[in-house]
Design a protein around this ligand. Sequence first.
Ligand SMILES: Nc1nc2c(c(=O)[nH]1)N[C@H]1C(S)=C(S)[C@@H](COP(=O)(O)O)O[C@H]1N2
Ligand SMILES: [Mo]
Length: 262
Amino acid sequence: MTEAVRDGGTASIVADRDHVLREALRRVDAPTRRLFLQRGLTLGGLSLLTGCALDDSEAVNKILTKISFFNDRVQGALFNAGDLAPTYPASMITRPFPFNAYYGIDEVRHVDGDGYRLEVSGLVREKKTWSLAELNALPQTEQITRHICVEGWSAIGRWGGVRFSDFLDRIGADRTAKYIGFKCADDYYTSIDLPTALHPQTLLTLSWDGRTLPPEYGFPMKLRMPTKLGYKNPKHIVSMFVTNAYPGGYWEDQGYNWFGGS
Ligand SMILES: Nc1nc2c(c(=O)[nH]1)N[C@H]1C(S)=C(S)[C@@H](COP(=O)(O)O)O[C@H]1N2
Ligand SMILES: [Mo]
């Protein structure tokens, strides 16, 4: 054990400064990292940027959280609503397509499609619920795009459904709102920024590989966004709400970056 660690408190923070800087860099993506490195990243600089004094380990956590929010703003500013994620030919679809959730595949949620009603609330003109038949009756589109999971895998899949911006028009969503939050049939939840919600490739997803969305991939409905990492793509959505109050997310509240661009 080093002298600094035995002292605890301030001393260990100073001893851990390289660790704090490394951790700060790990929490941001490439553009923010470049910006930090160009400016010469220092602990003093981080304190200034986040308005936190680096005097105890709680402050370190606070700083890292603030850096993640700072990174959200950088990603939000760099997000170009017109830039499309790559699409692929059907021959490149990954088979079998991977399953992932915070539980194993044997615990996949089986939602009853007949009783299903998507609840829509918050800053919208039409606070109604939607049955699957009603969602399926809306104009549909398809995409073959790549899903990227932070756990170190990616896969190309084919998803179909309603362009989310069309759906937002139909429910009269307030386009000046900050967030759309989603709650799922498991305990999962997440939220996205409005520019991503309105992106042309953001899809209220009802089908996978040309057939009804299977339970493991999110039946009865998921949100598919090729511009965002896997954990931002909620499966088994049962309710959505348009809001200006930050809704967070299942992984985001445990330290994953909120914007989660891919
Ligand atoms: N409801 C719900 N949605 C979720 C998750 C989850 O655990 N529950 N996991 C997320 C993560 S981390 C990934 S990578 C993708 C996996 O989607 P897939 O099973 O279609 O590959 O779902 C995302 N959406
Ligand atoms: Mo993931």
